[in-house]
Design a protein around this ligand. Structure first.
Ligand SMILES: [Zn+2]
Ligand SMILES: [Zn+2]
Length: 274
């Protein structure tokens, strides 16, 4: 069963149009493809995403394509919604106007104690500057703040899939700033796995860092996945593709890593209009 529900197109920071991505998915024998353009409703404007005016046009186009290709592949309209406390949240009510088939909730910005937003996955330089200027140079404090924000998100908001749970690892191989084997780090991922399990949300095994050359591994790490699995969390496989060709990036390596669920029956995704 080939599916991918985490993909980006020219509606946000992806390189290819939805049509091109659907054609690639059909050519690769996919059964379903879902679009998850970035959005930061209700208050924040995502420079690399859609605002409240663009979202309905995006949803209209995806639904038109879903109809056009319905005999070849199931096309779903989702969003990857940012959680920035007090500014944007991945809640079904927040996105009710476009009734997405599903919502992926992600943390890309950590709110520092002084209120600054530190970008998690923008560049190693931005991250280092953020830790230096807003976390007193203490990477542990930054990482703990990231996971606390993820736990807050999964606990308080109504969405379907938790995006790239340990995105903080993105630059940590090429530009190490903390030790993933340390007791405090394992405590953080353990607490986060428990929060995800309690929320009943689905976790994704996300191969996006491989396509972009940052990691030779998926999110979350093997140890994090084991903790999630032991607590009964369900997984789907996604590539966080930003190109049509990348929709199955490294799927051959990770398709047996977990027992994936059929997202179409394990979530509310088909209860909203396609
Ligand atoms: Zn993301
Ligand atoms: Zn994404």
């Amino acid at each position: 069963m080939k599916t991918n529900y985490h993909t980006h197109t020219t509606w946000c920071d992806g390189k290819d149009t939805p049509r091109k991505v659907i054609q690639a998915a059909v050519a690769k024998g996919f059964e379903a493809i879902g679009f998850s353009s970035h959005a930061m409703l209700p208050l924040e404007k995502a420079e690399w995403g859609m605002d409240a005016d663009v979202l309905p046009r995006y949803a209209r186009e995806v639904r038109r394509l879903a109809d056009e290709f319905k005999d070849q592949i199931l096309v779903l309209c989702g969003v990857e919604a940012d959680y920035v406390p007090g500014r944007s949240n991945p809640d079904r009510a927040t996105y009710a106007a476009v009734a997405p088939n599903y919502i992926i909730g992600s943390v890309h910005f950590v709110v520092a104690p002084d209120g600054a937003l530190v970008p998690v996955d923008c560049s190693p330089e931005d991250l280092q500057a953020g830790i230096r200027d807003h976390f007193g140079g203490d990477a542990e404090r930054y990482v703990r703040a990231y996971f606390a924000q993820v736990r807050e998100m999964v606990t308080n908001y109504d969405f379907d899939v938790v995006g790239h749970l340990d995105l903080v690892r993105k630059f940590n191989v090429k530009n190490p700033s903390f030790d993933e084997k340390s007791d405090w780090y394992r405590e953080e991922i353990g607490k986060t796995a428990a929060a995800v399990a309690k929320s009943g949300k689905i976790a994704e095994v996300n191969t996006g860092a491989i396509a972009r050359g940052w990691l030779d591994d998926a999110y979350p790490s093997e140890e994090f996945r084991r903790m999630l699995r032991e607590k009964g969390v369900k997984f789907i496989l996604s590539s966080d593709a930003h190109t049509a060709n990348g929709i199955d990036c490294a799927f051959d390596r990770f398709e047996k890593a977990e027992e994936y669920v059929d997202f179409r029956v394990s979530s509310s995704c088909l209860s909203s209009p396609v």
